[in-house]
Design a protein around this ligand. Structure first.
Ligand code: NOJ
Length: 532
């Protein structure tokens, strides 16, 4: 396959993250699987999705629910096995949907044959696939690095008297990216899946791969200034991560992958927790990754001034970012934004803000329903991070997708692997589909309006922000489209919009075919106006 001559397919695409264990179970074992996803592709296409990201479905002991892979070339039988992926891809492509996988190669599982061989045979060819170090002089850990999931980043192997590095669980040993054989192995894995029809990858911990070759201690952050990225154990947040992650050599790996991906017309989107827009933009160029998630919104509580400044800076730094408010690692947006109906309205306002920025706009499963955090009863935690810090538990974002009221929520006929999360009937797809004023319909209208106006808008890449807007008002223009959002809790006079309103978060009757007008924006109301 050659690179597409015209606009790449992911330009202005709508992405949807499926957390496979919790999306749809097809065989009653309480665990989501690929046949389950296949049965819901119609739902995704109807919602307006272009590309589906499937979280890891490879063979895994599931210590981190698939982010610990023991066979990179096979689909885990619990997810339905290889044939299930073939069917999913055929059905998705038939519907015009793209499907990307999850490339988890900062680490493997400790059950991977490479690691088993590395541990069993310290003089053998696989030892150098991982990072082994002698104890520090006088004994003890080789350096002060900590695991994202808590505790030291080193585990002692009594057999060889050395430690191995793991930036996540001890069961997730880090691969040695300075070893060219590791580079070649991963090239072959990518080729395998791109050849089998995957349309690209979300790259897990994309900026972690390379470590400083001398593995120096990381400096401590000044007291009272913890690392800005949440979703990590408290001790990880005390260090300034200058030597363990985000090493410049990682760009060479990304560039190598980019060339391969382009040969397949495939898309690479990085998981890069870099909040500085310029630094993030350096990962996303014509030679490096096609896109990266911008994570400036995934942790934050509701703070209109910060949101406005952060999004503007990021969109100005790069036209290729992937906009997200949520994923399987962070609390759900309506809960972060104060909960209840206000939390849902605020999340929707930010979806509209994101949706017309240049780049790819993403939903995490259930955002289209305005879902708040799932409730996890005491003693039912499944996330390894919950053991290090229960307040950071990722389970709240991973409870089953609520398809329909009743036991199992239409997710499973069995006992779900995580509790159902305390969902109400009003949270479910079945109920929201029957209510034109639901979050589901607002999202569906938003995505449809986005697709149509961006397709016809001239100069769709140009982006200008109105500086004179009132404090809580965000107004930007892209080509012939104007987006206006009230991020505040009091009504504001609407700015001049110049064109008919084609989307209104508060009025289901407004569509491209039946435009509206607007004079006042209610709290968290978001509207889009577009040249006919
Ligand atoms: C990021 C993934 O999103 C997360 O779920 C996982 O635990 C870590 N990477 C380790 O692979």
């Amino acid at each position: 396959m050659t690179k597409a001559a015209s606009k790449p397919w992911w330009t202005d695409a709508v992405g949807y993250q499926v957390y496979v264990p919790s999306f749809q179970d097809s065989d009653g074992d309480g665990w989501g699987d690929l046949p389950g996803v296949t049965s819901r592709l119609g739902y995704l296409a109807d919602l307006g999705v272009d590309v589906v990201w499937l979280t890891p479905f490879f063979v895994s002991p599931m210590r981190d629910h698939g982010y610990d892979i023991s066979d990179y070339r096979r689909v885990d039988p619990r997810f339905g096995g290889d044939a299930a992926l073939d069917r999913l891809l055929a059905e998705a492509h038939h519907r015009g949907l793209k499907v990307i996988g999850d490339l988890v190669v900062n680490h493997s599982s400790d059950q991977h044959p490479w690691f088993q061989a590395a541990r069993d045979d310290p003089g053998g060819p696989f030892r150098d696939y991982y990072l082994w170090r002698d104890p520090a002089p006088g004994g003890g850990l080789p350096n002060n690095w900590s695991s994202v999931f808590g505790g030291p980043a080193w585990t002692f192997d009594a057999r060889s008297g050395q430690y191995y590095l793991h930036l996540f669980l001890p069961e997730q040993p880090d691969l040695n990216w300075h070893n060219p054989r590791v580079v070649d192995e991963v090239d072959a894995i990518m080729e395998h899946w791109l050849g089998r029809g995957l349309d690209g990858f979300r790259v897990d911990t994309a900026a972690f791969l390379m470590k400083h070759p001398e593995l120096p201690d990381n400096p401590a952050l000044p007291p009272g200034e913890p690392h800005p990225v949440l979703g990590a154990a408290p001790e990880w947040r005390l260090l300034d991560h200058v030597y363990d992650i985000h090493q410049p050599e990682v760009h060479q790996i990304h560039a190598r992958w980019r060339r391969r991906a382009d040969r397949h017309d495939a898309f690479l989107v990085g998981e890069i927790y870099e909040l500085d827009p310029e630094a993030l933009a350096a990962f996303v160029t014509e030679e490096r990754l096609h896109s990266s998630f911008y994570f400036g919104l995934v942790d934050s509580a509701w703070d209109p001034a910060r949101i406005r400044t952060a999004l503007r800076a990021a969109a100005t730094a790069s036209p290729r970012l992937s906009w997200v408010q949520a994923n399987h690692d962070r609390p759900r947006p309506p809960s972060r934004y104060g909960g209840g109906a206000t939390g849902v309205r605020r999340a929707m306002a930010l979806h509209v803000l994101d949706a017309f920025l240049p780049g790819v706009t993403w939903l995490y499963q259930g955002e289209e329903l305005g879902l708040a955090n799932g409730v996890i009863p005491r003693g039912r935690a499944a996330d390894p991070l919950a053991a290090a810090d229960p307040t950071q538990s990722r389970d709240v974002a991973r409870t089953p997708m609520p398809w329909a009221p009743g036991p199992g929520l239409g997710f499973t006929t069995g006992e779900p692997w995580l509790p159902e999360g305390g969902r109400t009937g009003a949270d479910t797809v079945a109920v929201q589909r029957d209510d034109p004023a639901s979050s589901f319909h607002a999202m569906r209208r938003l995505l449809a309006a986005r697709k149509r106006v961006l397709a016809r808008s001239p100069a769709a890449q140009g982006l200008t922000w109105r500086d004179d807007a009132a404090d809580d008002l965000v107004v930007y223009r892209r080509g012939g489209v104007t987006v206006a959002i009230n991020l505040g809790d009091t009504p504001i006079a609407a700015p001049p919009l110049d064109h008919p309103v084609v989307f209104d978060s508060d009025d289901p009757s407004v569509t491209l075919d039946r435009p509206g007008t607007i004079t006042t924006l209610a709290p968290y109301q978001a509207v889009v106006a577009a040249a006919p």
